[in-house]
Design a protein around this ligand. Structure first.
Ligand SMILES: [Zn+2]
Length: 77
């Protein structure tokens, strides 16, 4: 199931800084959001692609990797 997402890592990069991405599984998304799409995954463990440099997570929502600027998850660290 997640194998296809890992394979995509070879061709994907961060749209903002062009760095390589890391595949993340079971990230608990629990941030307040006004975004209708992100509301669907609130309180759920999701997978996605992380850019360590930007500290952003590009979520996979309903099996689709989302790389839209307004759907990106800012990781607090
Ligand atoms: Zn980046």
């Amino acid at each position: 199931m997640s194998k296809k997402y890992v394979e995509l890592l070879e061709i994907l990069c961060c749209p903002f800084c062009k760095s390589d991405l890391e595949f993340i599984e079971k990230y608990l998304f629990n941030q307040e959001t006004e975004d209708e799409l992100l509301k669907k995954i609130k309180g759920q463990e999701i997978s996605g692609y992380k850019c360590s440099k930007c500290n952003l997570l590009f979520p996979i929502i309903e099996e689709i990797p989302v790389f839209l600027e307004d759907k990106v998850i800012r990781l607090n660290q």
